[in-house]
Design a protein around this ligand. Structure first.
Ligand SMILES: *Cc1c(COP(=O)(O)O)cnc(C)c1O
Length: 411
């Protein structure tokens, strides 16, 4: 694909995706025929509603009064000094209500469901983070909420299962296959096919068939728009680099668009887990090939038959064998650099943020912080803005058991 620089991105958001939901060769909606009318209904409703001032004003009010937006940008002085002269800043999505960026698109999807006159929202969840955010949105809007979750994950993620139930959601155990995320996606899609007249499917990242990658990006973009303004007001400049972790790719697609047409280096950080061997990581762009999964074309970690490979990361929110189609496009055109961080590097950053800044980050977000630390050492001067996608309260028991309380810290 032809390479693009920041100068080529002035009209980008108008041109991408095209009307078929394509970002160059990626994206689209590869669906069973029964689902085509349902997806078209969502696309049409979204295209109308996203231009309505009533919808926009309502979403703004919700963000301000319910979510606690804008979230601050914070200068990590102690961490930066520890590392060198380059200054590290965080966009604090960990301070968004429910503790992560996911609520940004869940509230948007909930409001859309309400405008479309749906009674129920349906989704899958792996670690339970998307399920909790969606259950929160359902309670806010007075919608029913069915969350499909593998039996194995239900056993592993007890606190999030409790949260969803307290918020009034129905957690539906999925008992076939490996009983984890992939089976949960299948089960949620099956349920949606039967109930689409009354229900809407709410995806958890910038993945799935069109219009979800576009819609979730649009709802998340508030993160980068706020952060760019806040950073300029604090420092008088733009950052030299912007960094975010990439699982499916929603927090990063929240951050990146505001900076695409600026002379800013952009980095998406993929999880290298235990290393580059098959089944040891989930670095889909770094090690994957073009392929199709869950209704869209993208870059996929796959075997020679095109079946998705097993994935692993210490951060359960990052272990997906593909990535949002827009990331695949931004990779191929060279505008965003995709890099990797291992489990051990992420855990170093986790403890560094705990000890030097008083912030317990999500292990997912720690991948972005770890790369910022590496980059700060290389750059020596300048500034880096990191999207801190979530807080780490959900991770503390696991971390204490496997990594202790920070004695391993070498930064
Ligand atoms: C789910 C999650 C992620 C990964 O999802 P993206 O769609 O890639 O953003 C990252 N950070 C946190 C805190 C999460 O909960």
């Amino acid at each position: 694909m032809e390479k693009m620089t920041y100068r080529d991105f002035d009209r980008y958001l108008k041109d991408y995706p095209d009307k078929n939901g394509r970002f160059g060769p990626y994206g689209g909606a590869i669906l069973p025929p029964e689902l085509v009318p349902a997806m078209n209904e969502i696309t049409e409703a979204y295209q109308t509603i996203c231009h309505s001032s009533q919808f926009i004003n309502e979403l703004r009010r919700i963000r301000r009064e319910f979510q606690g937006r804008p979230t601050p940008v914070y200068h990590c002085e102690r961490l930066s000094n520890r590392v060198g002269k380059c200054q590290i800043y965080l966009k604090r999505e960990d301070l968004n209500h429910t503790g992560a960026h996911k609520l940004n698109h869940c509230m948007g999807e909930g409001l859309l469901a309400k405008y479309m006159g749906k009674k129920k929202i349906i989704a899958e969840t792996g670690a339970g983070q998307h399920g909790v955010a969606l259950a929160t949105a359902a309670a806010y809007f007075g919608l029913e909420c069915d969350i499909y979750m593998g039996e194995v994950d239900i056993a592993k993620q007890a606190p999030n299962v409790t949260r969803m139930k307290m918020l009034g959601a129905r957690v539906v155990p999925v008992t076939h296959g490996l009983k984890t995320l992939k089976e949960a996606v299948d089960a949620a899609f099956d349920a949606y096919m039967k109930e689409y007249k009354d229900a809407i499917y709410c995806i958890g990242s910038v993945v799935g068939p069109h219009p979800f990658p576009m819609m979730v990006r649009d709802f998340q973009m508030v993160v980068g728009i706020e952060a760019r303004e806040q950073f300029k007001e604090m420092t008088g400049f733009l950052p030299d680099a912007v960094v975010a972790c990439v699982g499916g790719g929603s927090n990063s697609m929240g951050m990146f668009p505001a900076f695409l047409s600026d002379p800013v280096d952009i980095y998406g950080v993929e999880p290298l887990g235990r290393g580059p061997g098959v089944g040891d990581h989930a670095a889909s762009i770094t090690y994957g090939k073009p392929g199709t999964m869950h209704g869209f074309d993208s870059i996929v970690l796959q075997d020679e038959n095109g079946d998705p490979l097993p994935v692993y990361s210490v951060a359960s929110g990052l272990d997906y064998p593909s990535v949002g189609p827009e990331h695949a496009f931004l990779h191929d055109c060279g505008r965003v650099n995709y890099v990797t961080i291992s489990d051990d590097e992420a855990m170093q950053a986790f403890f560094a943020l705990c000890r030097y800044e008083g912030i317990i980050p999500a292990i997912e977000s720690s991948h972005a912080v770890a790369y910022a630390i590496k980059l700060a050492r290389e750059m020596e001067v300048g500034s880096i803005l990191v999207n801190l996608s979530g807080r780490g309260d959900k991770d503390i028991d696991y971390v204490a058991e496997h990594y202790g309380y920070g004695d391993i810290l070498k930064i």
